[in-house]
Every structure is written in C-alpha cells, then in structure tokens.
Design a binder for this molecule. Structure first.
Ligand SMILES: Cc1ncc(COP(=O)(O)O)c(C=O)c1O
Length: 366
C-alpha cells in the first residue's frame, strides 16, 4: 500500500544533520530558552519577514497566547467575538474559547476551503473584534481583502498559519499580513519538529514582549510573576531540529508543488473534483484535498492500495464540544466534511507511486 506520509522517511533525509544538532544540545547542558531557540526565533522571523518571533510549546498555544496577549494589553476584552472558519482543525476555535472569547463560526468558500469576504461579512456584528483566517491545507486565505475589511471595521487579524509555512502573495508571507500569526511545528507539518513546537510572529513589539512573559509563567524576573501566565516554551532540542529543517523548507515546498501539479494535470475522473489551481506562491500544499460525492465507495476502492485521510470529517460547529452553542447550519463546511479526501503528498512520494495513485483514481467508477 502507498502510505499517506511516513515521517521516518521524511526525517531520514535530514538525519545526519539532525543527529549532530541534537548531540550539540545534549552536550551543551542547556535545554530550555537557550541559543538554539534564540537563533530559531531570528531565523523564522526573517523567513516570514516579520520583526519578532516567539518560540512556544505548540501551534495551539501560539494562537492562545496571541489572544491572551491581546487581552492582557487591553486590545481585546472577555466575550469579544472572533470570526473563525467552521472548516478547520478544532485548535483554531479552542484557542478562542479557552481565552474566554466568543468564537463566531463562519462558512467557507467551496473552491478554496477558506474564509471569504462574503462569509466573514455574513457574521460581522458590533461585538466582532477580530478575525482568525486559517490558511487551510497550505492555501493562503484572501488576506489583502481581509486586511482591508479589518481596517474598515477596526478589527484585529490573527492568522492561523499552522498549515501554511511559506505561502505568500506579492512577496508577503503568511504571518506577515495580519497583526499576528501562529505556526505549528507538529511533526507532520511542512516544517515539522521531532515533537511539539510552535511560534508566534508579529511586528508588534508590545505583543512580542507580553507573550514572552505570559509563556514563561507571567514572569519578568525569576520568581516574580506580574501576570497569570502559563508554561509554553519551545525547547532547545526542538529549536535545533527546526534550525536544520528550516534550511530545506523551500525545497520541500517545491517538491510538494510538483506533486500537486502532477495530480492537477493527471487526474481526470469526472467523479473527482480537484482543488482549485491557485496563483503560484499562494499554496504550499500541506494537504492535497479532492472532493467526491462518492467518498465511501472511493475509500473502499482505495483500501490496501492508497492510504488516504479525511480533513475534517466533522465541522467544528458540529463537534460535541460546541453543542452548547447551538449554531446555525453552515452548508458549505458541512458538505465539505462529507466529501473531502486527502491524498498522499509527502516529499518522499516517488514518481512511480504518484503515477500509480493517478491511474488508480482515474480507473475509479461506481
Ligand atoms: C489549522 C490548525 N491550527 C492549529 C493547529 C494546532 O497546532 P498544534 O497541533 O501544534 O497545537 C493545527 C495543528 O494541527 C492546525 O492544523
């Protein structure tokens, strides 16, 4: 069977360098908040062309700490509404509710799977204080339009960049459009650590400073705590792994773009709807997601031949965790949860396996 993604094979490509970097940290005797983390923060801020980057424990914490930071700085107040797509991983919404803010779930565009101006405007109210676009599957949300709408309505914009490291438009990378951006380095991401990791990027000095404090127990000076913070720090070993892998991320994205192009050109089965073809640069293909009205039959047909995944089988507003909110139907998100299917798009996918997947999909019938 062709695997969806084999992380050992992915990391094997960098293993000599990773092992040296890991040994260096072990031998240094310094494991938290050291030189590797500071270097990675500088490297990642440069990668995003942002002024500041703060390494944190994971992508959820990155989102949550931005919101906590904004509350702490007085930019947001408890119960303020934040518009978030219903079609995302649940972390986007949990970061809002766990900050004491109110998520307002918006529907998405059926072609891009992302928020659109129309779906945002349908949920705007006088309580809306921020928008959280998610660059789902690696595709840039319409950030130029979203920033214009935010400016006209005096809203903050927090970009959920967990799936989109390096996606860009007009030389601006994700994380650099909004007032702050949150990234995940979960091992399966295009830039993945060998454990959990995350980062916040921003051009706001006050937010950078406040998040550094909040993520370290609210402490400015050791054992003096000015805020009720948390423990969320990128550790030295993960920072060292990321310093190695960041050097190759552009190359990894190029490989994924080539695989995506082969799928887009090779799959021609009318039962399968391909993702839209974005302008170059705007998609980094964290996932390659097709749609079909015959998903169960297709999964059964692919069984033991091609491993696939569903991102996501239940829209966030339909999750039991949010049943208390009693949310209106969001037809596109709900339809997508019935029809989407993710194909393998690992950097280790061989052209031989890629051809087999394309042929197998083109031979599918009902
Ligand atoms: C869209 C999105 N937001 C946030 C997160 C949270 O990241 P992490 O798993 O590192 O906490 C993820 C991770 O899977 C994600 O896909």
């Amino acid at each position: 069977m062709i695997e969806f993604c084999n992380l050992k094979r992915v990391n094997d490509q960098f293993s000599a360098e990773l092992k040296i970097a890991c040994s260096k940290v072990i031998d240094s005797g310094w494991y938290i908040q050291g030189q590797e983390t500071r270097t990675f923060e500088k490297n990642f801020a440069d990668f995003c062309s942002c002024k500041y980057a703060v390494g944190v424990g994971n992508g959820y914490d990155a989102l949550n700490l931005i919101l906590q930071g904004w509350i702490s700085l007085g930019y947001l107040s408890r119960n303020d509404e934040i518009i978030v797509p219903a079609n995302s991983f649940i972390a986007s919404a949990l970061a809002i509710t766990n900050s004491g803010l109110t998520p307002v779930f918006a529907d998405v565009d059926p072609d891009t799977f992302n928020l659109s101006i129309e779906t945002i405007e349908a949920k705007l109210s006088n309580k809306t204080k921020a928008i959280m676009p998610v660059h789902l599957f690696g595709q840039l949300a319409p950030m130029v339009e979203i920033m214009k709408l935010a400016e006209n309505n005096n809203l903050l914009v927090i970009e959920d960049c967990a799936q989109a490291h390096g996606a860009e438009l007009n030389n601006v990378k994700v994380g650099g459009f909004g007032h702050a951006g949150a990234f995940s380095f979960y091992p399966g991401k295009n830039l993945g650590a060998l454990g959990d990791g995350g980062v916040v990027v921003t051009n706001d000095k006050l937010l950078d400073e406040r998040i550094r404090i909040l993520a370290n127990y609210g402490s400015v000076e050791k054992y003096k705590h000015d805020f009720k913070g948390v423990n969320s720090r990128l550790d030295e070993i993960q920072a060292a792994m990321l310093n190695v892998k960041l050097k190759y991320v552009t190359n990894s994205i190029d490989k994924k773009r080539k695989i995506a192009n082969s799928y887009l050109q090779g799959i021609n089965n009318p039962l399968i709807k391909l993702p839209n073809v974005p302008n170059s640069g705007e998609h980094v293909w964290h996932q390659f997601v097709i749609r079909t009205a015959h998903r169960e039959s297709l999964i059964t047909y692919l069984k033991n031949r091609v491993e696939t995944m569903i991102h996501y089988p239940v829209s966030i507003h339909k999750q039991n965790a949010y049943s208390d909110l009693n949310i209106d139907t969001l037809p596109v998100s709900e339809l997508l949860s019935q029809e989407v299917l993710s194909l393998p798009i690992s950097i280790c996918l061989s052209s031989f396996d890629l051809d087999i997947i394309i042929k197998t999909l083109n031979d599918f019938s009902i």
